[in-house]
Design a protein around this ligand. Structure first.
Ligand code: SER
Ligand code: ZN
Length: 504
């Protein structure tokens, strides 16, 4: 990687005669001391250095080149500061600022990166070398834009190498095979029996009394076998998520194609809206164009991952040791994802219901809580629901949601997915199984993002989402819809299904 930058530093007054000697000295110092600071001995050649300079009137023009260490723009910042203290003090002139006239970054890449990038005037590719011409101001450099552009391009290069779809998947455990006695698509069967009907909105179902009884039985099992047994307390997390939360959770890096955006009215004055209401009353049509003009830019979106909204409760706080590990859950509302086409089943929907479990503590506490949860899930899936299922280590959910590629080999942080065999999709080895449950150890990501501390040591967290639609999809696909054929323990807990609503 190479950086090559030309900048004009502007002084508050013309440089006096003889200043060139002082400048030469400052530049030599910078090249031999200032830019070398913190650079490993073996990488000296990569450190920034000023290779050309000249002055005219009140300007000093310098060209700085570097490799990965003390990158040219970082060298510029250091040099500017040092210069203020030497030349500036000596001649009583200040540095007013600088322009960056040219800033070229060269990076190795197997293939061209062909996208428009912010702050990049031009991109070219030749001989496995990507050349970026930046258009950045002093403020942009102070805001660390150049390094972020480098990170972004490295991310894109990595994506080319591994493909955006690359997800880690590694089998951890699998249950015994269970005898298959239902081979239909459960959603079709649910629709046929009118246990569910399509909601009016995309990817939305209206769940009738029978399936809702199944959901609430799941919830009772979860309460008894998990939340009470492991000591989790209920909280209520907000369901409208402002950008600020997603900036801290990392979702702002990649969630855009999948969120439902939320806007508020520009005014709540009924008069401001009178033309809209009048238009509707006269036409029975919603005047969308008019409404668009009267609402603000989206202030965020609907709940997507559920746990991010918990964190502002902790934000900026130091948690007392006696409160650790914090163990809470939320089931106060729906989650929403704009899913890509083909949303027919209840397993892939735009609106879903989930109990989200969150725990916070030191790394031992967090790992231990994850293991306890895994044991309880295993008990439910084996002994109560009698499912055929397996566990796989996958790309951590937060990396997947941020669009990051998982190339780390750190084993302690990550997500395990629980997958269920869906007989209607075909043979076990060939068909896609359904992810119906996850457990994640998220490391220090959230405490770090929301600036949460403990009295001593580092803080970690974990979360686990229990999607009721997913549990139902897995269960019905394997056991069908007739309670007589359901595992005894579960059937007993359900006791009796409500009659439902008959249509003529
Ligand atoms: N927050 C996690 C997710 O969105 C677990 O529910 O997958
Ligand atoms: Zn979560």
């Amino acid at each position: 990687m190479e950086f090559d930058l030309t900048a004009h530093l502007k002084f508050s007054d013309n440089l006096p005669q003889g200043a060139d000697i002082e400048l030469q000295k400052a530049i030599d110092d910078a090249n031999s001391v200032l830019f070398i600071k913190g650079v490993p001995h073996s990488s000296m050649k990569e450190a920034g250095r000023i290779i050309e300079w000249h002055t005219h009137a009140n300007e000093l023009c310098i060209r700085i080149v570097s490799g990965r260490y003390t990158r040219a723009h970082e060298a510029l910042l250091r040099f500017r500061k040092a210069l203020g203290m030497t030349i500036g003090a000596k001649y009583r002139i200040g540095i007013r600022g600088y322009d960056i006239n040219e800033f070229i970054i060269k990076m190795e890449a197997e293939a061209p990166v062909q996208v428009k990038l912010p702050f990049v005037k031009e991109i070219s590719y030749d001989e496995k070398l990507l050349t970026l011409q930046l258009a950045v101001s002093e403020q942009d450099v102070e805001n660390k834009i150049p390094d972020r552009i480098v990170n972004l391009v490295e991310e894109k290069i990595k994506q080319q190498l591994y493909g955006t779809k690359l997800e880690n998947w590694e089998l951890v455990w699998e249950s015994a095979q269970k005898k298959v006695h239902f081979r239909r698509d459960p959603t079709e069967e649910l629709k046929r029996r009118q246990w569910i009907k399509h909601g009016i909105s995309r990817g939305q179902w209206i769940f009738g009394p029978q399936i809702t009884k199944v959901f609430s039985t799941f919830e009772r099992i979860i309460e008894k076998e998990i939340l009470e047994k492991l000591g989790y307390s209920e909280m209520i997390f907000p369901k409208m998520v402002p950008w600020e939360v997603w900036k801290r959770s990392g979702h702002a890096r990649g969630v855009y194609p999948e969120i439902y955006y939320v806007s508020s009215p520009k005014s709540r004055d009924p008069e401001y809206w009178e033309d809209v209401t009048d238009y509707y009353k006269v036409t029975n049509e919603i005047p969308l164009e008019l409404i668009r003009q009267k609402i603000d830019d989206p202030l965020g979106g609907m709940c997507y991952a559920q746990c991010p909204s918990f964190w502002p409760f902790m934000q900026g706080e130091t948690i007392a040791s006696q409160s650790l590990p914090v163990k809470v859950f939320d089931r106060s509302g729906t989650s929403h994802r704009y899913e890509s086409g083909g949303i027919h089943g209840i397993e892939r929907v735009d609106e879903f219901h989930r109990i989200e479990i969150v725990w916070v503590g030191n790394s031992d506490q967090v790992n231990k809580a994850a293991q306890e949860l895994e044991k309880r899930y295993a008990h439910i899936f084996n002994d109560i629901l009698d499912l055929e299922w397996r566990i796989a280590r996958v790309t951590p959910w937060f990396m997947a949601q941020e669009g990051l590629i998982d190339t780390s080999s750190d084993r302690s942080v990550g997500t395990v997915d629980y997958e269920a065999y869906l007989p209607y999709r075909g043979e076990r080895t060939e068909s896609e199984w359904l992810e119906f449950q996850n457990v994640s150890v998220n490391g220090d990501k959230y405490p770090h993002g929301f600036n949460v501390k403990t009295q001593k040591g580092e803080l970690w967290s974990g979360c686990s989402g229990i999607g009721l639609e997913r549990w139902a999809a897995a269960f019905f696909a394997q056991k069908g819809l007739d309670i007589e054929f359901w595992p005894q323990k579960f059937a007993k807990l359900v006791a009796k299904l409500p009659d439902g609503i008959k249509f003529l």
